[in-house]
Design a protein. Sequence first.
Length: 387
Amino acid sequence: MKKLIATLCIAFAASTAGAYTPNKIVVPDVEGYKTLKCDFHLHTVFSDATVWPTTRVQEAVWEGLDAIAITDHIDTRHQKMVKNGYFNKEKCDRNTSFVLTKKAAEGTDLIVIHGGEITREMAPGHWNCIFVKDNEAIVNNAEKFNDDHFKAAKAGLKEAHKQGAFTFWNHPQWNKHAPNETKWYPEHTDLLKAGYMQGVEVYNGEYCPEAHGWALEHNLTIFANTDGHAPFFYEIDYLHGEHRPVTLVFAKERSEEGIREALDNQRTVAFAEGMIYGREDNVRALYDACVKIVDVKHTWRSTDITIENRSSIPLRFSKAPGSEMWSYTRDWEIAPNSVQTISVRALQKDHKYQEITAKEVDINLYVNTYLVGPNQPLKVNYKITRE
Ligand SMILES: [Zn+2]
Ligand SMILES: [Zn+2]
């Protein structure tokens, strides 16, 4: 019996070697850039989460991420942990969660970025600072202004920028900050003009169409982050193909510097709950990398096109204007990492199939899982020559 089990295990291992593993996020490189899967907003027990820093590394490696930023709340929540005696003030400060995460990532490929979250009331709300050097200095500057939340946040952001940080607005739609509507306040205009609003979370817990619009209007870098407080195994059903939200970064090189250069130049899209949110040029580049026509067959009455989805991003198409001469399924899907064939025919007359006489088949589609603006799908066109 023992022998039989051993044999079965070997057979299983052989059959899955190099195969698609559902826990990993698969997204190909886009033309000219490496596609890096990143989560720039994560908490640990060093503020108000339930996870030790090492776990954040294990989770990210298991899911195939390229980079994470540790962004514990650096205001009152950290102090509470120290005051309650959970941490020894002499041994830890607001940089310790990063130091422990970085150490845990040694020997892995994971890039760990030093960060912190300035946590203030609206407006201005919560702000992530990444690529920081010292969170203590950021807090010390902010605390000079006590409960003047705007002045405190601005002073913290100023210090973060002195350290060379990249800073962005978190979850503008969060219930506590936006109980009725998601609003842009004069304080946000002030921070934008100061150069401190370099990006915005378009997805944090849910899609924020207003943030998507503001990102396009003000040329902000687009983020989808988890803001993870609990272990991800409790929150995400990996074995059924679910993934954490990630920011896809199109970087010239796979390094911290490569990520920073891409963020500075707005080369990101948000990927969350099976949807892509971004600026049109980035979204189209990603679509072109993920979706390939792999076979075309012609008959007298149809052109059959086989399309492959080479990513973890689901595809949901619908027929778009411009193909009124052609008949094909109005709404259809291609699951992640799979192929699908659609049959394109000339419009029927008198309930009879028509011979295709045109030299070219013209297909227009909306890609409803790739959004290029608030609730606005990417439009794609395929012209297929009939030989
Ligand atoms: Zn927050
Ligand atoms: Zn947070």
